[in-house]
Design a protein around this ligand. Structure first.
Ligand SMILES: Cc1cc2nc3c(=O)[nH]c(=O)nc-3n(C[C@H](O)[C@H](O)[C@H](O)COP(=O)(O)O)c2cc1C
Length: 408
């Protein structure tokens, strides 16, 4: 990352949200990686964090007044627009997204955005209801179509007390998006990737099912990371509440049997498989066409085994790279090695879901990527997007033969 960001000129736009203070960490990280940073704040942003902090961290004056020119011979919005290699708005309010989307240039930041030819990256942060407001979503979609990059907000407890989507993405994920832009890493170009994500639902009757708390976030992050690196991505997902990643072919399914069918169909044409879905091992033997009534005090359910999708992929494997996932609560490494052998996998990502930060539903993950020969690569606690990139980096490093399979 250091080499990529060295001497890169990054303009950080800070807008008036509670997460404005986190922009200081981003500026500090950029400087540590050798980048040059200049900061533009909206007037409202200065209510949340002092320009002095950003001035000190960036080593440059902070720009926030459209009509106060630092040099009499320069017009700030034009000189900043030209200076920038990339312009990242962190955090981005609903307001600035709406303004840029509709061509409004009424302060220094929006005017600079309008004037720049540099890539603009938005990292939105706002209350969940604001973020989900169809107007905000339409604005985001419209800007994405015009080539603006978005680093999606995370889910969690927000400053206002609400819980949901809208929290500023982890700073490392924003830094990664900036780096990715410079690298334009296309190391998966020509590669077809199959990713499975989310839980499955095993229905007892039309309104009840057995499932698990998988959010699908890890699989979606892997799919998005692969797509950003140029892969053609097929994402087979159980029911989740996530927006489809950019540039990915989505295949929504519900049950393990449906997932099995779809995965087997796509498998032969794919080069790498990341099987991160949390598939139910069992399903009810009987499906009741009508809602089961609570007539008796005891209800005995008989469950039958679902097909083991991963094992079947291992059995049918030709030259694909197969990456399995093992969410364990005990004997993590031992169980993962056993799974690699029994299911003919190339890699397994083992995580102890009892550890904090590595659970089913969070925005972070940590774990060990284990190879067939027993090499253990520790991936530290990271945001799921960054975690996905790290895992892909490690898989690719150990799969040199993948290059010759491209477009086979
Ligand atoms: C305490 C407080 C916190 C706020 N947090 C956010 C936020 O996180 N995201 C957002 O879009 N707006 C937030 N707002 C509203 C914005 O400040 C408001 O829309 C403002 O017009 C944004 O201006 P700007 O985009 O020019 O900075 C907040 C307002 C207050 C008073």
């Amino acid at each position: 990352m250091e080499a990529v960001l060295k001497e890169k000129k990054v303009v950080i736009g800070i807008t008036g949200g509670i997460a404005a203070y986190k922009a200081a960490e981003l500026v500090s990280s950029l400087m540590k990686h050798g980048a040059r940073a200049k900061v533009i704040m909206t007037k409202n942003a200065t209510e949340f964090i002092s320009p002095l902090t950003l001035e000190t961290l960036s080593g440059n004056p902070v720009y926030y007044d459209m009509f106060s020119r630092t040099s009499p011979w320069e017009i700030d919005h034009i000189s900043l627009a030209k200076w920038a290699d990339v312009l990242a708005v962190v955090p981005a309010t609903a307001n600035i997204i709406g303004k840029v989307c509709h061509g409004i240039a009424d302060d220094l930041l929006t005017t600079t955005i309008m004037a720049t030819q540099a890539q603009v990256i938005f990292a939105p942060a706002m209350n969940t209801n604001m973020y989900k407001n169809p107007i905000v979503q339409e604005n985001i979609e419209a800007l994405k179509k015009k080539g603006y990059i978005f680093v999606s907000p995370a889910e969690g407890r927000l400053a206002c007390g609400d819980v949901g989507e809208g929290k500023l993405a982890a700073i490392e994920d924003i830094l990664r998006a900036i780096t990715d832009y410079f690298v334009r890493k296309q190391d998966l170009k020509g590669i077809r990737v199959l990713v499975t994500a989310g839980p499955t639902r095993e229905y007892l009757d039309p309104v009840r099912f057995i499932s698990n708390p998988s959010s699908g976030k890890m699989g979606f992050a892997i799919a998005a990371a692969c797509a950003s690196r140029g892969a053609e991505v097929e994402l087979v997902t159980g029911p989740v509440r996530l927006s489809p990643p950019e540039g990915v072919n989505m295949h929504p399914v519900e049950t393990a049997l449906e997932m099995y069918e779809r995965v087997m169909k796509l498998y032969p044409s794919c080069h790498i498989v990341f099987k991160s879905a949390a598939v139910s091992d069992y399903r009810p033997q009987a499906y009741h066409e009508q809602k089961i009534k609570k007539d008796s005090d005891r209800l005995v359910l008989t469950l039958v085994k679902n097909p083991d999708i991963l094992k079947e992929l291992g059995r049918r494997k030709k030259d694909q790279i197969l990456v399995g996932f093992a969410a364990e609560t005990h004997n993590v490494l031992e169980n993962a090695m056993k799974k690699i052998r029994e299911k003919n996998l190339d890699f397994i990502l083992a995580n102890d879901v009892t550890q904090s930060g590595a659970g089913f539903m969070g925005d972070t993950n940590k774990g060990d990527l284990i190879t067939r020969v027993g090499e253990i690569i520790e991936i530290p606690l990271l945001g799921k997007n960054e975690f996905a990139h790290r895992m892909i980096d490690e898989v690719l490093k150990r799969s040199p033969h993948l290059a010759i399979r491209k477009n086979c």
